[in-house]
Design a protein around this ligand. Structure first.
Ligand SMILES: Cc1cc2nc3c(=O)[nH]c(=O)nc-3n(C[C@H](O)[C@H](O)[C@H](O)COP(=O)(O)O)c2cc1C
Ligand code: SF4
Length: 598
């Protein structure tokens, strides 16, 4: 750890050419060196980058992995997706806090360690997972928790912890054309260059390849729109933010097929005329940074990146990696661009769209990791070949990230159109009650609907497919998702900031046995407000998990309705319980009688 924050800041700024747009990277690197972003580091950044202090603080406080106060030399964050919960993360978190004598969310008195939770870390197939100083540890168990506590107490540097802790498996259980076609780096580019730039866009359009990040916009049309937009420069962004709980296929693609992803970006550059590209890598995948830098370096050495790619004069393109810092909303393409420009990740007003006004106001393509990787197949095999796979509305294959109650969680690649039932059979799911397709913002599918198909016609998904067996309470699943949205709301617009928080209070109220049918009506009302008045997709989909579970699993909610009439969320008598305990009184006079409370 560098003891001198000013020196750490100076080194980070020099590495980023004193470019104010690199502010987030500078702050992240200072934090990596010093453990937190100290006032001295901020002074230094303010002086050298010429940025107002309020802006630096505004950025530093937006991202949940950045800290402007000391936060423990060992910063431990438990992944808190519903699948981590199903694997017992809460018990393990309590055990660690007990073991280390600390309170959750607080730094130990000696400043050694802090333990808290974070949103899904993209390791649902090998949870429960944690991040220690930003680096992922998988398959937590009681024994591993105890070992970690010992290592922390003995102050062993994280780099010297057993390598086994940090093992991240790929768990690929089914390959189709994307994961199963052998090809050599450069082959897709050579095929595209032989056909010509116009023909490449033509093949992309013919392939009907739709974006794999969720919304499904045709990739060929996006590339063409960017190429045709007026501008001084064009940019390409690979969206590897992958924050949707239950999703982890981009992690696996970057780990096993980074060449295909980067070659897809280079194809995009050939098609659009972009000279610079970025991989926006979510902070939780920091452990992939070294590997990705290595692949970029290898490709530069092979003439597949840099100047005059594959010997073609004027075909210049290179890629930089930007690491995020814990903000789900940065997956939204305009928020991602703001973040790339060194700002808070607040979604922009759209239109104008990034294809005309993106990074630094210039035409920019933002595509998902899987979209770029799939474009290599189009270049290699042709648009018609690709369009022949899958269904009419959804050509090609899709990587599904299966997690939850099944024998073989992991990655499954299928042609679009596969039935949910087939996926459940292949992953060894038993007695399945429901499947959540596409994470919290997606659809909850009950057993009666397992004949439904994955694809834009029926069940669109960015990839997540979480399995819940008969033992699971779908109300608690929805409650976890609602808490996720409230935690991740960027706070920019009031309907979402307040609405997601009210929604969590309503779900907590139901969970605490104070619900009434009145609350259902309130939830419906909240949905209308969030749908019509939120600024971005996060707010639009925040009520989805509740509405779909109320529709499909109503008894899970009805069980919690203790009252037919409205019931306030606050129970004064229960709130006084702690005081009764402290004073050792539990006689009738120490209780608030129902008539007194009203
Ligand atoms: C709140 C929110 C989060 C998103 N997160 C991601 C993400 O992590 N990865 C992604 O590719 N797209 C994400 N998207 C969609 C992107 O805005 C964008 O549509 C996508 O990156 C475009 O790439 P594609 O056309 O290849 O799908 C998100 C959208 C919203 C509203
Ligand atoms: S809808 Fe939510 S996440 Fe989106 S801009 Fe508004 S506050 Fe931010």
């Amino acid at each position: 750890m560098t003891p001198d924050p000013a020196e750490a800041a100076a080194t980070a700024m020099a590495r980023h050419r004193h470019d104010p747009h690199e502010l987030l990277q500078v702050l992240r690197e200072v934090q990596e060196s010093c453990g937190w972003i100290t006032p001295e580091a901020i002074d230094c950044i303010q002086a050298r980058l010429g940025l107002p202090r309020s802006k630096i603080l505004g950025v530093a406080t937006f991202y949940s992995f950045l800290h402007i106060n000391p936060c423990g030399r060992y910063r431990i964050l438990f992944s808190d997706n519903i699948t981590d919960r199903m694997l017992g993360n809460q018990v393990l978190l309590d055990r660690m806090c007990r073991n280390l004598w600390i309170e959750r969310g607080k730094v130990s008195e000696d400043g050694l360690v802090s333990v808290d939770s974070t949103s899904c870390t993209g390791l649902c197939d090998q949870g429960p997972a944690i991040l220690v100083n930003g680096i992922a540890i998988t398959r937590l168990s009681e024994a591993r928790v105890d070992e970690i506590c010992d290592l922390v107490r003995e102050q062993i540097p994280v780099g010297d912890w057993p390598a086994e802790f940090f093992r991240v498996d790929e768990n690929i259980h089914r390959r189709d054309v994307l994961l199963g076609t052998p090809w050599l780096p450069g082959a897709a580019l050579q095929a595209a260059m032989a056909r010509g730039t116009e023909a490449l866009i033509g093949e992309m359009k013919a392939s009907r390849l739709r974006g794999r990040g969720g919304a499904g916009f045709p990739a060929g049309l996006k590339w063409q729109a960017c190429r045709d937009a007026p501008g001084k420069a064009r940019y390409l962004v690979c969206n590897a933010d992958e924050g949707e709980p239950g999703n982890f296929k981009d992690r696996v693609l970057l780990a096993t097929a980074a060449d295909a992803v980067i070659e897809g970006m280079t194809l995009g550059a050939l098609a659009t005329g972009a000279w610079r590209g970025f991989i926006y890598l979510r902070g939780e995948y920091r452990f992939l940074l070294g590997h990705l830098e290595g692949v970029l370096e290898r490709r530069r050495a092979a003439g597949l990146l840099g100047e005059s790619i594959l010997g073609r004069e004027g075909f210049d393109f290179d890629v930089a990696i930007h690491v995020g810092a814990g903000a789900y909303v940065c997956g939204e393409e305009s928020a991602l661009i703001e973040s790339l420009e060194g700002k808070r990740g607040t979604p922009r007003n759209r239109p104008p769209y990034p294809v005309t006004h993106g990074y630094l106001g210039q035409p920019t393509v933002v595509n998902n990791v899987e979209t770029f990787a799939s474009s290599c197949l189009v270049a290699l095999k042709g648009g018609a070949w690709y369009a022949d796979i899958g269904t009419r509305e959804s050509s090609g294959t899709k990587l599904l990230c299966v997690s939850g109650d099944c024998a073989r969680p992991g990655i499954y690649e299928y042609p679009f159109g596969v039935e949910v039932r087939q996926v459940l059979e292949d992953c060894g799911a038993r007695k399945t009650k429901a499947v959540q397709v596409s994470g919290p913002s997606g659809a909850c599918v009950p057993a009666a609907e397992f004949g439904r198909r994955i694809g834009f016609e029926d069940l669109p998904t960015a990839g997540a497919l979480m399995v819940f067996d008969e033992s699971r309470d779908m109300f608690q699943v929805a409650r976890n998702f609602v808490h996720f949205f409230a935690h991740e709301s960027c706070g920019f617009c009031t309907p979402c900031r307040v609405g997601t928080s009210l929604l969590t209070q309503m779900m907590d109220k139901l969970a605490n046995g104070h619900g009434s049918p009145y609350d259902f009506a309130e939830i419906e009302k909240m949905n209308l407000i969030l749908q019509s008045m939120s600024h971005c997709g996060l707010g639009h989909s925040a009520c989805n998990p509740v509405l779909t579970t109320i529709a499909k699993f109503r008894p899970a909610y009805l069980r919690r309705l203790a009252h037919e009439e409205f019931e306030p969320a606050f129970d004064l008598d229960r709130a006084l319980g702690a005081a009764r305990q402290m004073t050792g009184r539990d006689d009738p006079a120490a209780h608030v009688l129902p008539e007194e409370a009203t």
